[in-house]
Design a protein around this ligand. Structure first.
Ligand code: ING
Length: 304
């Protein structure tokens, strides 16, 4: 028997600084309606999907920074997204900047949530691998201040039961680290949902720029195959506030093959009917962790 989940990878083109959350939510609702028309069960939006990618700028005042964060989820601007998804009977994954009070402290996380078809938040992930830098570096054509604006995620890499399967999430730079997928693979994940904002140009290493698309696909295909899981990678793409960002939104099978890919750097829905049982042939053979893993030799991986 096969457990099909039809996925809509909802790539977003550039979000302008001047664009309101309400305007962005309208674009996302258009994706929901297209996804419904194509028979989707689940829609995946990019990292920090509600605003422009603000870590590209240095901001000194905390209230200017906090203006890009959500204090409640859903809030007034995102409630229409939750309502429309529920009306259409769609689950969705949303990346956003989370501002919350925990243990008497204000916390800032780069967060993703999984919302089921009944509109309930059934999973949350907070980005662990924060790229870039913490101090203003004026030599750069643009900043990448995730280490300044966000804290390292404190929820680990959990896997959630939803839609008849086991779903995990990660965010952008996380996808470049094999540990991300393996920790979820050891929890028998069947589909990893991730969004990204990836500039074409990486100021500290311009020699890597020609490789951006290749590395984007390479790391997600490897993660999928080596952990016998589907991987859905969704871009915020195009020239956003003068900074070109890669597209390449794609749905990757546990075989490591890309089954569907975006062909623009604008709002584009990429869909595929994904059989969650497709990973079994690998989990029962080459990646039968119980039979083949040798963790007694892996200690270096977890040493600081
Ligand atoms: N963005 C980028 C990413 O990991 C980056 C950072 C750009 C790393 C280019 C390496 C090369 O895809 C985020 N938001 O993590």
């Amino acid at each position: 028997m096969s457990r099909i989940v039809t996925v809509g990878a909802a790539q977003l083109g550039p979000i302008a600084l001047a664009e309101s959350r309400a305007q962005v939510v309208e674009r996302m609702i258009a994706h929901l309606r297209t996804a419904k028309a194509r028979g989707c069960d689940l829609v995946v939006f990019p990292e920090l999907a509600l605003t422009t990618f603000f870590p590209r700028w240095f901001m000194a005042e905390q209230e200017k920074i906090d203006a890009f964060f959500e204090r409640e989820m859903p809030g007034p601007d995102t409630r229409p997204l939750f309502d429309e998804a529920k009306r259409l009977g769609l689950a969705f994954c949303l990346g956003y900047a989370e501002l919350t009070e925990e243990a008497g402290r204000t916390r800032h996380f780069n967060t993703a949530i999984l919302v089921d078809k009944q509109g309930e938040i059934v999973g949350k992930y907070r980005k662990i691998h924060l790229p870039g830098h913490a101090e203003h570096e004026p030599w750069r054509a643009f900043q990448h201040l995730e280490k300044r604006y966000f804290e390292t995620g404190n929820l680990g890499f959990p896997v959630f039961e939803a839609l008849g399967g086991r779903f995990g999430m990660c965010i952008c730079n996380d996808r470049r680290w094999p540990e991300t997928y393996r920790v979820m693979g050891l929890q028998n994940v069947e589909m990893v949902l991730l969004g990204y904002n990836t500039p074409v140009h990486n100021p500290p290493a311009p020699e890597h720029d020609r490789l951006g698309w290749h590395h984007n696909q390479l790391v997600m295909q490897a993660g999928a195959y080596q952990n016998a899981t589907w991987v859905v990678g969704v871009a915020k793409a195009g020239n956003e506030e003068g900074v070109p960002m890669i597209g390449g939104t794609q749905i990757i099978a546990p075989t490591g093959e890309t089954v569907a890919i975006a062909v623009t750097d604008q709002d584009e829905l990429v869909t595929a009917a994904c059989d969650l049982d497709l990973g079994l042939t690998f989990k029962r053979s080459v990646f039968d962790f119980a039979r083949h893993r040798e963790p007694q030799h892996y200690g270096l991986i977890v040493e600081t």
